[in-house]
Design a protein around this ligand. Structure first.
Ligand SMILES: [Zn+2]
Length: 212
């Protein structure tokens, strides 16, 4: 897709291939949405959650933020776009799951690690600094890690930080405690072509497998 007109062509292909063919399905969607899962993913053009997770319109309520970061309750402003979507997904749509999906080669995490490169960019630097706690922790815990491993660990830890920050909102934590809401941490490894899931027992991200 190089030009704007190709997006319009894209819509017309979608209309002919799906909208006009699957009339019953789209008719139902006209009356409202009932997504089962809220996904918080990075803005990166390569990590569209609906495509990666094989979902259809109506399946996912999605909010995308740079590096899939979620602010802690103490850091969120009242006009925070991520938290507005999370609040709506949890309180109104009553989703069953929240998925935070980080990914490899994340420019947002790169910026957070190399803060001097984006320090003069007000909104980027302000946003990615939400990841500072994990970067500082990694610098303390893995001072000798090679640069590739260090970045990887920061990308993974940022996903867990977002999960932790979600739990700082009492109305969300309550739902998790009562068992009506599940939180999931995912890491999409583009180079390896794998989707890795956080395994609390192993305390690591583990490659997902198809259930047999
Ligand atoms: Zn990213």
């Amino acid at each position: 897709m190089a030009n704007f007109h190709e997006l319009i062509e894209g819509f017309h292909n979608f209309r002919e291939e799906y909208l006009l063919k699957e009339t019953e399905f789209f008719e139902e969607l006209k009356h409202g949405q009932n997504p089962h899962t809220l996904v918080i993913a990075c803005c990166d053009s390569r990590v569209d959650p609906a495509i990666i997770l094989g979902c259809r319109p109506g399946d996912l309520f999605v909010v995308r933020s740079v590096a899939a970061l979620v602010p802690h309750a103490g850091d969120a402003s009242k006009s925070d776009a991520v938290m507005a979507a999370v609040e709506y997904g949890v309180k109104h749509l009553e989703v069953d799951n929240i998925v935070v999906m980080g990914h490899s080669n994340c420019g947002g995490i790169f910026g957070a690690i190399n803060h001097e490169k984006i320090a003069h960019e007000k909104f980027i630097s302000g946003w990615v600094s939400l990841a500072n706690p994990v970067i500082e922790e990694m610098r303390r815990e893995e001072p000798d890690a090679d640069p590739v491993t260090f970045v990887r660990r920061c990308e993974e830890a940022a996903v867990l930080l977002s999960i932790e920050n979600l739990l700082s909102y009492h109305w969300l934590e309550e739902k998790v405690c009562e068992g009506s809401l599940n939180l999931h941490a995912l890491y999409y490894d583009m180079a390896a072509g794998t989707l890795n899931l956080w395994d609390a027992k192993k305390e690591d991200f583990v490659e997902s497998r198809l259930a047999t």
